[in-house]
Write a new protein. Structure first.
Length: 139
């Protein structure tokens, strides 16, 4: 005799999605906003460094030898790729803030448990809780 199939799904509904308190959500929002401001300041700083390197290249390149020019080009490329990665992180934080408003942020994608506020503050793009992340890394 086959066992009734409904036992497989029965009981699942009892597992309500764990919820966060409003205070906790506010804490996450504040941490994300602070991170975004920090990244924006970093981005502005990097942009001004790029502008400076660009200016240096245009003004003193006459006296430079080939190696100097090469170094400056390299530095500028480094700064540009840094600026791009900061911009990427700003986007991630902004997306996180949007998802937070919709209530879909801060839950582990694997186990569905809430990701601790401290972890979200340190890694705004975290989509896994520490336990699941460790399991993932061990594979
Ligand atoms: Zn998890």
């Amino acid at each position: 005799m086959a066992k009734p199939a409904e036992t497989r799904t029965a009981g699942r509904k009892a597992l309500a999605k764990p919820s966060r308190s409003a205070a906790e959500t506010e804490k996450i929002r504040a941490a994300l906003a602070a991170r975004r401001d920090e990244l924006r300041a970093e981005y502005d700083q990097t942009l001004s460094e790029i502008t400076e390197l660009q200016r240096d290249r245009l003004t003193d390149s006459a006296g430079d030898d080939q190696a100097d020019t090469g170094t400056k080009t390299f530095e500028r490329e480094q700064e540009i790729s840094l600026a791009n990665s900061i911009l990427e992180r700003i986007t991630q934080v902004e997306r996180a803030l949007e998802r937070l408003d919709k209530g879909s942020y801060g839950w582990c994608e694997r186990c569905g448990n809430p990701i601790p506020v401290e972890r979200l503050a340190a890694f705004p793009s975290a989509t896994l809780c520490v336990t699941c992340k460790q399991l993932e890394e061990r594979r």
